[in-house]
Write a protein that binds this ligand. Sequence first.
Ligand code: FES
Ligand code: FES
Length: 162
Amino acid sequence: MMPNTEIYNLKVNGKNHEVRDAWVGESLLYVLRERLGLPGSKGACEQGECGSCTVIMDGQAVCSCLVMAATAIDAEIKTIEGLTTDGALTEVQDAFITEGGVQCGFCTPGLVVAIEHLLDNNQSPSEIEIKEAISGNICRCTGYGRIFEAVQTAVATRRAGK
Ligand code: FES
Ligand code: FES
């Protein structure tokens, strides 16, 4: 019987990666972390409930634990590692630090990706739009107040063009 494996290419953070000898049913989250060495996206529930694994796929924020990696062929995938190319923090990441939006940090990559996605599509989100954008991202530590402050700080920083 033939092994249920495949060779395919994934385009992640602007770079092509060949995935070899992989089971075709592996999740995108698993392939990113375990095969491509990109551990920034976190696996917490692995059931689409917590948002820790959020990545951008063809312009949409998705839970990478729910995406079969083989179905991401030909898609443009961006992970937390690909938000900047020079190692500098984004306005959102900087605001999480200055506003104290990070405690254990497990939710942080998914939240940052979701918020970057929001701000790339809406430069002046309302309170309800911010809440809606992060409604799929569960934080067990912060109570969301400081995360919300961080989003508003990032919005102001972006507006000021810093
Ligand atoms: S790990 Fe994907 S939604 Fe929780
Ligand atoms: S900072 Fe711990 S889960 Fe959000």
